[in-house]
Design a protein around this ligand. Sequence first.
Ligand SMILES: [Zn+2]
Length: 1062
Amino acid sequence: SPLQVCQRCTRTTPFTLALFSLGTGRRIQYVISKGGSEALLQALISAARTEPPDHSILLPLLRLLARVGQRDRKFGLKVQKAEATDVILSLTRQNLGHHLNLTHCLWVLRVCASNVTAGTTLGINGAMELLFKVITPYSKRHIRTVRAAIEALAALLKSKSNSRRAVNRGYLGGLLRLYQDWHQNDISNNYIYIRRGLLLCLKHITNIQLGRETFLGSRGMEILFTSVQDCLSCKNLDPIVTTVTQILRKCYPKEPLPVVSVRSSYSFPLPGNVKTEPPCVGFEDDYESDGEEEVEKDLDKGDDYDLETDVNKLRSRPVLDRPEEELGQYEAMCLELFHNFQSEEDKSLEDRTENLPSTPSHFIPSDNSVKHPNYRWRNQSITEAGPDPGEKNFKVPLQTWTKKEKCRRDIIDEERDGIETVQNTGSCEKENPAKSHVFTLRPLPKEDAWYKKIFNPECEASTDPSSGERLETSDIVTNLLEEHQENIPFHNPHFYVARAKCIKSIPAYKDLAFPDFWGHQPLPCGKPVLERQYGVQRDKILDDVRRLIQPCDVIGRTVYDLDEPSPGTPGCLTFFSKFESGNLRKAIQVREFEYDLIMNADVNSNQHHQWFYFEVRDMKLAVPYRFNIINCEKFNSQFNYGMQLVMYSVKEALLGRPHWLRAGHDICYYKNHYRCSAAAGGGMRGKYYYTLTFSIKFPHKDDVCYLAYHYPYTYSTMMAHLDSQEQNRNPKKVYWRKQTLCQTLGGNPCPLLTITAMPESKKSDDLEQFHNRPYVFLMARVHPGESNASWVMKGTLEFLVSSDPIADLLRKCFIFKIVPMLNPDGVINGNHRCSLSGDDLNRQWLKPNSQLHPTIYHTKGLLYYLRSIGRAPLVFCDYHGHSQKKNVFLYGCSIKETLWQAGCTVDTAVITEDVGYRTLPKILDKVAPAFVMNSCSFLVEKSRESTARVVVWQEMGVLRSYTMESTYCGCSHGLYKVKLLGRMKNRKGLQLGTQELEEMGSKFCLALLILHLKSLPCSKKVMDQAALLLDLDEEITDRAQRSVMLPSGFVIKDFSVAEMPL
Ligand SMILES: [Zn+2]
């Protein structure tokens, strides 16, 4: 073979080399594996030593070396070993006047420098000085040579010591001037690669702090920013624009966030002097890596290292985390096990609805509203005087309700539970009269024409001066309220207000956000994920850089600040976020129609910013406003993949369209120039911040709009929904019990629901069936920012109490224990991740602290109790939201799959494992359009050992223990993946709306019924009934699919309900 020829005689003939050069990629790899690089280097050294050098050999050798070197990852190392760097350098030097030879030398130089050590050696020996002799200002001569020199220089500058040397010798300024020169003269864009090569040199040199400082000092920002403006419109110049953008981002001077402290504006004193400061991580001032590398690192890490591979640990069942005697208290939460439906007490349970308040028919305006022009409506608290005598028609329903409620509570069973009742509306007002006294709906822009038109259409045209007066009367409002609430099932604004008044929040909220009060009605169809516009991210980044280069139009005025409240500023948008679940810490007007927004950290924490929800008003019509949320923390986001935020317009709602809508365009998410210093942060996990930027054109002038990360679902919303559900159920069929699991740290009750079917009769057989139904345990919203989980839970609950025959059958099969909101305090105070203790509650399950994590402590206690009486649930599921992935899917637990995935050598055959955990997700894949089996995972990760899913699986022995993750964005599979008609290639997923999320919740129930029929012994009666219903259901499903309403222009493809043998 030619290779052997090489190794045998170092005087290789040109003929042999020519053979080599014909080699394909695979052949080159083969040559490398057989020591080809070393042989060629040896050949080069000996050829160079002959006097005079034989160029007929050297030239093809250099060409070969460049080719082989490009594919040999260890080439630089081999060059070092062969001590060939000097030879290559001196060859280059000798050939400065001979451009063909020189070019070949430069190619080899470039591949040598791909190894940092070899590059450093070359740098020390004067390689850069040499290259600078070759690189010329704009010229059409010797282009190939100049290009090779620039590329070799860029490779050399990957070494930090070379970069330092280059800066010290003033090469950075030289490179900038060269770039400017080529940019200005290369009018026809013939030499893009040369311009890009120069930019790559600058990109590498600015990886070091000294490089960035010198770049700034040499007006590099201005030079590149100005030059790139000419390139934006030409797609061919994308490589240039991209590289310039990367350099500008990297060199933009780093700043701390413009806040007094990154710590949350809200703090909460914890019981027992618990220290909540997270550990300090220093502020690294020298950013050696840039964004791309960081993302790669994050992706490379993979999940496998995190898998739990200790079989003993996987199979162990830890001991109780508390004294066994404590479990007795949870008997009171399982009264269904003891009911015999004979006594008075049980009767009262059956007749419960009769004791429930009738829906209050009017919203109560108080006379105060007239005196406070800023506040349109005001609630009458129980401590205030009676109803306004002038408004006889407005009874005081809430007050009546409260009294009735209290009364009822006194009579019936809840007090015996030994737990404070949830619905004790009266007492919360007594405790805190001041709070409820000022509690009010956010003011509406009643001076504006549109508002007057809606509320007083007859008067609009008239010039009657008293018309303004008449606007103050509440009957129009009340009438409208009556009219609209009908449209929103399970939403009752009166219930909402009554509930909202009772919450305990850290900022002591005084205002109600309009959407939560008024309600949200889902649109009949979802909206496809947003198509990303070409170049949107770089345009936004350049716009950010423009603040530095052209500061003339920068305003930089703080217009909203939780820390230093001030009256609104005229002539700009007005922001507000002090309401339940609200989160916006600060708003800074950057330019006329652009605002930087800062989210508040979780209470008692300095991180976890993701959830936002705020009000904005005083907008102009048809102006796109740009908003930048500048303290995001995750390194990527679904906002880069078509997700939109949501918006609610008060005017639209009053016009009969009360919808949270997906909104925003030009959305993207990228790393910005803000950094967290350890000094400012008091310790901080990550040091980077990211910007979520979006533009919005508001639908109306001077509207009041709300923007949020996702469809809000407050604690009061849930409580009011539970009130409606309780009221709407059929008490003859639905056994419903609402208790308080415990009080939260913040003093809010955490409800626990028990739902099942009433026994068929009082006969002992039926009572036995009632008592022996297996349990299903569901919970949601341990993470407050995951409001999607609440919408799924709402769907589950509404289905469970519904009169649907499948629900009826399902209730006869199971007893449902449901904690619909595990973290009320977090939800109320606008947290994203944590509770008031600053802890992620879904990392506390191994050893929850009864003081700091009461909801987890008691949920686990209740599960322990069920296990102790041999009634551990058949299915456990914790509803979550997933911000990085599409679709809805389950995480479960399997020892075998974990060990297999980790590539463990443990003989998995010895571990017998019931694969029953796979049944439910398989069923869901068939019945729930948003659910995707392929997205599910059944691995047990070390980092998840203290989550509900893993602890319930391990400690309670629940085989079917799941986390259900719902996307914030949309679907990449299944029914909700649609395509635009006539644009076949452009298949897009629908972004999920609340309707699709609720549907997921109800389909989960259907799947539970099918699971029951497949996995558990059933009576013939149940089977017959089920067979009938599920046939029927398949028909319904089919029909529903045919009639799924999609925006015109959309069709559904590839979805059919697969055969589901029972
Ligand atoms: Zn979560």
